[in-house]
Write a protein that binds this ligand. Structure first.
Ligand code: AMP
Ligand code: MG
Length: 488
């Protein structure tokens, strides 16, 4: 692999260098060949032969320079002070086959100076959820961290019950969070200038061409964050804990805890059972992104040439960037041009879904069969199910909407419409119950279901014969939701 451990060369106040604390008897959970290839991991015999030892912390290749990063953050709207990697270590940075710098970060690998009251470990259930979610978002086309693989072990870990420790090798284009800047501003403000240079040179080198590179960089972080959140909304993803320590400066999804993929459409849906006030509901995500950036940007006023007014100019395009990306995406999901009449149809469609508690993913996918009846057997079944869940009023609304939708579709190039619907509306997402079934089996030592879900989610836009009905079935509309909390 092409190592480039640049973070380890920064000021030592920013991290603590230390080896991982090994797990007892680590065993293979799953290995992500696709990510491994991209990193160049598969080219190295030693890494391939010893991946379980590496992920279990029993073997550290000599090129690795493990360290725990310091950061801070606002959690649920409150200043939380110093946080930092309490159970993870940045093990190495490498240039992948596209020449993109990637962090290898091992999560669940023991105590660090930032562990606070925690035990430094991660349990199997949350590790599997993170593993499958990073994979699902990546293949859906949403900027996200992914993982090289995970291991399970004999190390006991206490949560609400006794569980076993697991570790995941997360791969992300950066582990610098908004909270890194909050830490620097509070604990080492003299490092801000050098650290900002590092972020620009490493992740936003094109901003060096600007007359004001810092402002260009901040504007770009704002835009990328807005676009990432628009992607979440389009795919029906709720992150669950959008604290400033969980948002990356590259606009890539990071830190999977109580996340969820929308099933029956409900904008006020919250998957995180620890979020009692509903701060991080699906519909709040765009506003929370703005809130986070708004408290983050003023730290840069310490730098020469950065004023309150110039920061306001960086933040102002957030809403238009979000709206542009979201509305364009919605139109693509319908296969229509980005214009007012398409948006009106889109919002009526969402209202129909909400009023009738219809499955978000399946409903959009079912549109294929409205356009080409009898050509899409899977989608035809989805439409039949959807109709069976409507009452008389709902059926009338659907009929009326379909007529107007098909009139718009007639004006378009049919093959382009089919292409747009098929590539923007997934067949498969990671439903809570899918992950849960894989977890229950894995806790009995059976990893076949994790492997099957990995294969299924590798091609989320394609109907596959390894799927079962359960993979495309939401829970009944009146079913209590699966409790997913921050404890992991
Ligand atoms: P999270 O909610 O996973 O984003 O974590 C918030 C903070 O708590 C981060 O600083 C984590 O490193 C830390 N943390 C979470 N779980 C543990 C744990 N079991 N042991 C130590 N630190 C933890
Ligand atoms: Mg976190």
């Amino acid at each position: 692999m092409n190592y480039k451990n640049t973070y380890a060369a920064l000021d030592p106040r920013l991290y603590h260098k230390q080896p991982p604390t090994p797990l007892k008897n680590p065993q293979a959970g799953h290995f992500n060949e696709q990510v491994a290839k991209q990193l160049g991991w598969t080219d190295e015999k030693d890494l391939m032969a010893r991946w379980v030892d590496i992920l279990g912390g029993t073997y550290v290749p000599k090129e690795f320079e493990p360290l725990a990063m310091a950061y801070a953050g606002h959690q649920f709207g409150q200043w939380a002070g110093q946080l930092g990697d309490g159970r993870g270590l940045l093990m190495a940075q490498v240039l992948d086959h596209n020449n993109v710098l990637q962090d290898l970060h091992l999560k669940g690998i023991g105590l660090t100076p930032y562990s606070r009251m925690g035990d430094g470990r991660a349990v199997l259930r949350s590790t599997i959820r993170e593993y499958l979610c990073g994979h699902a978002l990546s293949t859906l086309g949403v900027p996200s961290s992914n993982a090289l693989g995970f291991v399970v072990s004999d190390t006991p870990v206490r949560r609400e019950r006794m569980e076993v420790g697991a570790a995941l090798m997360r791969v992300a284009d950066s582990h610098i969070r908004l909270g890194h800047i909050e830490w620097i501003a509070s604990y080492a403000p003299e490092l801000l200038s050098e650290f900002t240079d590092y972020m620009i040179d490493t992740y936003y080198p094109e901003c060096r061409d600007s007359q004001t590179p810092v402002l260009a960089f901040l504007s770009e972080v704002v835009t990328r964050t807005a676009r990432m959140i628009a992607d979440w909304q389009l795919i029906g993803f709720a992150h669950g804990v959008m604290n400033t320590d969980n948002l990356s400066i590259t606009g890539s999804t990071l830190d999977f805890g109580p996340f969820g993929f929308m099933e029956r459409f409900d904008p006020s849906w919250i998957n995180n059972h620890s979020d009692h006030t509903g701060r991080y509901t699906y519909q709040n995500q765009p506003a929370i992104g703005y809130w986070n950036l708004n408290i983050w940007l003023p730290h840069f006023m310490r730098l020469d040439g950065v004023t309150r007014e110039s920061l306001a100019d960086c933040l102002a395009p957030y809403e238009t960037s979000f709206m542009q990306h979201y509305q364009q995406g919605l139109c693509r999901k319908l296969g229509l041009p980005h214009e007012q009449s398409s948006l009106e149809l889109a919002f009526e469609w969402l209202t129909l879904l909400e009023d009738n508690k219809l499955d978000y993913t399946n409903s959009f996918r079912a549109l294929l069969t409205l356009i080409e009846p009898e050509a899409h057997p899977h989608e035809e079944q989805l439409l039949t199910t959807l109709k069976s869940e409507l009452d008389d009023t709902g059926r009338e609304v659907l009929q009326d909407w379909s007529t107007r939708y098909l009139t718009q579709i007639e004006k378009q190039d049919r093959s382009a419409v089919i292409e747009s619907l098929s590539t923007h509306n997934p067949v498969y997402i990671l439903r809570n119950n899918m992950a849960q079934r894989a977890i229950v089996a894995a806790e009995q030592g059976q990893f076949e279901e994790v492997a099957r879900l990995y294969d299924l989610l590798a091609q989320p836009y394609t109907v596959q014969n390894i799927a079962t009905d359960l993979d495309v079935t939401p829970p009944p509309a009146d079913a209590p939701s699966l409790p997913i909390s921050c404890s992991s």
